[in-house]
Design a protein around this ligand. Sequence first.
Ligand code: NOJ
Ligand code: CA
Length: 573
Amino acid sequence: MAYRRFFCNLDLPSRTIENRNSTIEHRPWWQTGVIYQIYPRSFFDANGDGIGDLDGIRRKLDYCSGTLGVDALWLSPFYPSPQKDFGYDVADYTAVHSDYGTLADFDRLLSEAHERGLKIILDFVPNHTSEEHDWFTESRSSKDSDKRDWYIWKDPVEGPDGQPGPPNNWLSNFGGSAWEWDETTEQYYLHLYLPGQPDLNWRNPEVQEAMFEQARFWLERGADGFRIDVAHAIMKDPAFRDNPPNPSGEGFHKHRGAYDEQLHLYEEGHPDTHRVYRAFRRLLDGYSTDSDRIALGEMHIYDRGEWASYYGQPRADGTRDEMHLPINFALLKADWTAAGVREIVDSLEAILPRGAWPNYVLGNHDEPRLRTRLGGKDQARQAAVLLLTLRGTPMLYYGDELGLEEVEIPPEEQLDPWGQNVPGLGRDGCRTPMPWTSESDTAGFSEASPDQLWRPVGEANRRRSVEAQIDDETSVLALYRRLLGLRRETPALHAGSYRPLDRGVPEGCFAYLRTGPDRDRVVAAINFTDEALTVPLPAEGALLLSSRLDRRDETTGERLHLRPHEAAVVRIA
Ligand code: NOJ
Ligand code: CA
């Protein structure tokens, strides 16, 4: 069985440190730690203008590293930008948008984070710039511009109707053709997202060098790595062939629109992309000791083998040569059943090449809030147990630790272009302000008046503030804190192997054994049904935690009883 290979074979790159009684494997922080994603616009507003900022994040560092106990913060973009795609349209990669503060604020945030042992990961947006970036202004000014070939310009092509039209049938993720006609020079330019986000031409070596230079800017300031936006699409088919139709009509992206009617063969996942990430890894390694500056790639590649190829080729030291963690989005699209979730975990374990470390995500700024998506608070609690007990680095989205719900914002009020162009897909509702206190109208997010907030807090979410939950021993926040603490102090959880349990485990329950380098053993079991279930354990156990946090000091014997939709973690002999 596939799992055996992984159970028997702890094949991770590691240095070995001898300890008096045991052998402890040393692993890099990004394998044992937990990454917390912050949407800077919505975390904390330090200057009262209704928009979150870098100084706001700095003021909440104690919450991140102390109260919660995460290891790294990934910050969505805070660079100068016309904000057509809320910062993913970058007008200058080496500065800070005035909404978020200044470079000095960044330096202070970074240094205070580092004092607490917290890493800071920045968002790197290499696929496209804003149309307001100087490079694009220059490029679009003339066909003879030095920067013309920094973007992707094409002549019109005669369509089936005999009329001149776009060079091929590629579509924008935000709706419509991916080609925009530019009057000044009478050519089309490519934009896989908004027309205001022209795609860079990564086949031009000058572009690669210029973009790497932008990354160096932040590495030299001390940034601990990058989440790479649209990492799967930076290289396009050099022949710009038409995409074929998608016969199943089912979209991996679940855009539910014309976008899913094509197979995105020629603008996503081009094999030449590998050489860019190999070079990027060399860049990061040049700034690292012990591989500690990292690349997390937004890899929307749904063939699992192909996805895993972005870890790169093996190197002599046992590591691989591309991304530390190509982000694994599979759980976001999972059927929320024991079989559905297990299939995703087992197939990931089976596909991971030697030296590659797994990772999981259950929420981010592009997806409806976890609790809303999964259908309720019990499911949100199960999800927390799952995410923080699986083998692999968890990525946690701010506010999910409070059980925040999607805030309902009607399409006509959505600021997100997706919400405006594709009904039902607006992302504003998962990007709303973090509620810190329940008493204030702005949930302690800002001193501005509620109508000045860039997005509403949402009444239900206001009641779920940090303050409202912090002293409640059974709150969702308490659950996350307990799980994060447990994961940190339990080698089986942060470094151990994974083996799914089968014998006698009832249908509707997903249970797995984690075994640490020192042979400590933990079972996590999740009941996905609305009935009580009993799970046989491999040995006698002691309950460490229930997702409801209302069971204490229980020994389980060799049988664990789970209530409907309950998840539990048990230490076993
Ligand atoms: C992926 C980002 O996560 C999303 O928010 C953005 O709209 C697109 N990339 C385009 O940059
Ligand atoms: Ca502000």
